[in-house]
Design a protein around this ligand. Structure first.
Ligand SMILES: Cc1cc2nc3c(=O)[nH]c(=O)nc-3n(C[C@H](O)[C@H](O)[C@H](O)COP(=O)(O)OP(=O)(O)OC[C@H]3O[C@@H](n4cnc5c(N)ncnc54)[C@H](O)[C@@H]3O)c2cc1C
Length: 257
C-alpha cells in the first residue's frame, strides 16, 4: 500500500543510505570523498570504563580509543586493516591488543568482559553539495560523513537541524525565506570546518600503510607540540567540543565555486 503526504518542505535527515540524497539529480550533486586505508574494530561491553576521560592512543601498532557509554558500559576501538575479518578477533585477542596499544597505565584499569556488540567500520570523509534541492533540505549523515576520530557526526547533524529549524521558523513566523536560501551555504561552512578537524585528527593519530619513519616522526612532533603548547591545546579543544555556530557566517567555500 502506498501513501502520499502533502507538505511544504522535506527535511532529508534519513542517514547516509537514505533516499533523500539519492533523489537529487546526479548532475546537480557534487560529491567530495576520501576513504581511509583502515577501519575501526569496535567492542561494546557491560564493563566499567578504564578511565573517567576518553583515551586516544597513537601507537606504533595502530590507533586505539577507550571511551565510555555509562559508568557500567564501555566502548573501545582499535584501528585494523580493511581486509580484517571479525572472526579473526575473538574477545580475548581484542582485549590483549587494547591493553598493548593503550599502555600499561590504562591496561591496569581495563575490566574485560564479553562483547555485547562487535563490528568493523570503515573510515570515510564525505560531503555532498548542495544541501538543498528545491524544497528538499539535506541534514546530517544524508549529506556528510566524518571519520569518527573527532566524534563530530551527531554534533554536525544537530547543527544542520538547528540551522534548518531557524530557517523554517523565519519562513512561517516572519514570512522571510532568507534563512532557507542561506541554509546550504551556512550548513556547509560548518560541515567543512568539522570535516577538516576530523581529517586532521585521523591523520595525526593513525598508522597509515605507506607511512615511513619521517612521517611517524612528524606525528610524534605534532603530538609533542600539542602537549607543550597552551595555544595548540586551545585550538584542539575549540574544535573538539564543537565550533561556535557563528563561525558558519564565514562562507569561504562560496568563493571556490
Ligand atoms: C559505530 C558508530 C559510532 C559513532 N560514534 C559517534 C560518536 O561518538 N559521536 C558522534 O557525534 N557521532 C558518532 N557516530 C556518528 C553518528 O551516529 C551519526 O553521525 C549520526 O547518527 C547521524 O545522524 P542522522 O540523524 O543524520 O542519521 P542516522 O542516525 O543514520 O538516522 C537516520 C534515520 O533515518 C531513518 N531512515 C532512513 N531511511 C528512511 C526512510 N525512507 N523513511 C523513514 N526513515 C528512514 C533510519 O532508520 C535512521 O533512523 C557514530 C557512528 C557509528 C556508526
Amino acid at each position: 500500500m502506498s501513501h502520499r503526504i502533502a507538505c511544504d518542505y522535506v527535511a532529508g535527515c534519513d542517514g547516509y543510505h537514505g533516499v533523500s540524497r539519492a533523489s537529487i539529480p546526479a548532475e546537480i550533486l557534487r560529491v567530495f570523498e576520501r576513504e581511509y586505508p583502515f577501519g575501526w574494530l569496535g567492542i561494546l561491553a557491560d564493563v566499567p570504563p578504564c578511565d573517567d576521560e576518553l583515551i586516544y592512543s597513537s601507537h606504533v601498532r595502530g590507533f586505539a580509543l577507550a571511551s565510555m557509554r555509562s559508568p557500567t558500559r564501555s566502548r573501545y576501538y582499535v584501528q585494523v586493516p580493511l581486509t580484517e575479518r571479525l572472526e579473526e578477533w575473538p574477545d580475548e585477542r581484542l582485549w590483549d591488543e587494547l591493553a598493548l596499544r593503550l599502555g600499561p597505565e590504562a591496561a591496569a584499569h581495563i575490566t574485560r568482559g564479553p562483547a555485547i556488540e562487535k563490528s568493523i567500520a570503515p573510515l570515510r570523509s564525505f560531503v555532498a553539495e548542495p544541501m538543498r534541492h528545491g524544497r528538499l533540505f539535506l541534514a546530517g549523515d544524508a549529506a556528510h560523513i566524518v571519520p569518527p576520530t573527532g566524534a563530530k557526526g551527531l554534533n554536525l547533524a544537530a547543527s544542520d537541524v538547528g540551522f534548518l529549524a531557524d530557517a523554517l521558523i523565519e519562513h512561517y513566523a516572519e514570512r522571510s525565506d532568507a534563512g532557507l536560501e542561506a541554509y546550504s551555504v551556512r550548513a556547509l561552512s560548518r560541515v567543512w570546518m568539522a570535516e577538516r578537524f576530523s581529517w586532521w585528527f585521523a591523520g595525526l593519530t593513525h598508522r597509515f600503510p605507506d607511512m615511513d619513519d619521517f612521517a611517524r616522526r612528524m606525528q610524534v612532533a605534532e603530538l609533542g607540540y600539542i602537549r607543550a603548547s597552551a595555544q595548540a591545546q586551545a585550538v584542539v579543544a575549540e574544535n573538539y567540543v564543537g565550533l561556535p555556530l557563528a563561525y558558519a557566517a564565514y562562507n569561504a567555500m562560496e568563493r571556490l565555486g
